[in-house]
Design a protein around this ligand. Sequence first.
Ligand code: FAD
Length: 450
Amino acid sequence: MLNFDLSERQQQIKQQARKFALNRVLPVAAYYDERDETPVEILKEAHQAGVSTGMIPEAYGGQGHGLVDGCLVVEEIAAACPGIATSLFDNSLGMEPLILCDNEAAKKKYLSKFVNAFNLISFATSEPTMGSDVSGIRCQATEDGDDYILNGTKYWVTNGGIADYFTIFATVDPEKKHEGICAFVVEKQWDGVEVGRAIPKLGQRNSNTAGVHFNNVRVPKENMLAAPGDGFVLAMRTFSHTRPSIGAFAVGAARSAMEFAMDYAKKRRAFGSRLSNFQAIQFKIAEMYQKIETSRLLVWKAAWDADNEIDPTISASISKMYATESATQVANEALQILGGYGYTRFYPIEKLLRDMRVYPIYEGTSEIQRMIIGGHVLTNYEPVMPALEDLPLHHEHHPDELGVEGRPETNAWRCRLCGFVHYGEAPPEQCPYCFFPDSAFKQVAGSQPE
Ligand SMILES: Cc1cc2nc3c(=O)[nH]c(=O)nc-3n(C[C@H](O)[C@H](O)[C@H](O)COP(=O)(O)OP(=O)(O)OC[C@H]3O[C@@H](n4cnc5c(N)ncnc54)[C@H](O)[C@@H]3O)c2cc1C
């Protein structure tokens, strides 16, 4: 049975996150954005308030929230500041490979560190030379007794400059592509770990992004989350559980953009009337609202799949692609409604637009989501309709006129190229429409030739 009601517990989770978003995140969002600085104190407060730790499984001391619960929280925080939300929920991305892997000892050792104290864990597949093509990882892991030695550079690491731990995807041999990829938890304090400068960005300026370099870093085998050959699948499984949250980021940020535009449209006057009285503006608001509502439904569906142990890969890709692309359209139209004021830094729309522009890029670009969805539809999707060449013959015969077993008495031959149906004992020598020879015809009705 379908049910879109939130439980009482979920309502509470949402309200708690909303309160934190409005009281603690919104007031500081622009301040830290201006300074390209991550508000670590706010991240700490979120940890203390339980806003950012909900999804750690109960078995490891967490609250055991599902992904639907998580998306409710994410939407609220992103509505206040998409940048701070990225840094706040990066722990979920960093922890997901730990949660999904089979290394029980590593789960026990590390997951508790995020429940009991404020610690940050970053996730890194991307490198200076690759992002989308995860099989192209170059960061090398070389076996050495009970350890692996890591050498290489990870780039674009969210919270990279401030994290205490890293989930690192590396390869035992770049030539092996998917077959060589493995994953480890690496501690920042270990010898040979070097953190780069914060990367200057268009938006999400209050979310730290940095490169991390590994120079002969010794990683004990007990920290391995995926053995060589299993790392690629672990990375993809991680994304299918975290992409709905990116969709939820987009829903929150778009929702704020729409709310600010509504407020402005109800107050601003032009041509003797309020903007909100103009149908052109009402239509913009209608499209914004439609996109936000649709996005939220897709996000909830993907999160629900994950919570119910249904493979969320496709629903996650659909929700991320749709919600993130819709959000930038919503914010763009919101800015349009504010006119010149929308373009200033006095009002929040320009920041929302800058911040959300990364959504269709990180955790798999929109192009990659289309490849995943297109590949699924063309290989796994089971159509309901018959193939074109097997469609019923409806052009020349009303179904009531058809003979036994729903077929006309006469033989019928369908040209596989253009679809023309020829009635007669044998197919024509060539198709009168597309001129293909009789071999292009398939018998679709009547008695089989002797
Ligand atoms: C603010 C920010 C934070 C980030 N945080 C993290 C993080 O915490 N951890 C992490 O690992 N990464 C992180 N990333 C990296 C992010 O995941 C990558 O930027 C993203 O996956 C795209 O990779 P790329 O930038 O190397 O682009 P490329 O892969 O080089 O792609 C460039 C363009 O080509 C397109 N393209 C590539 N291949 C194809 C194809 N086969 N068909 C059609 N088009 C294609 C892409 O869609 C894109 O438009 C972050 C990035 C940013 C900007």
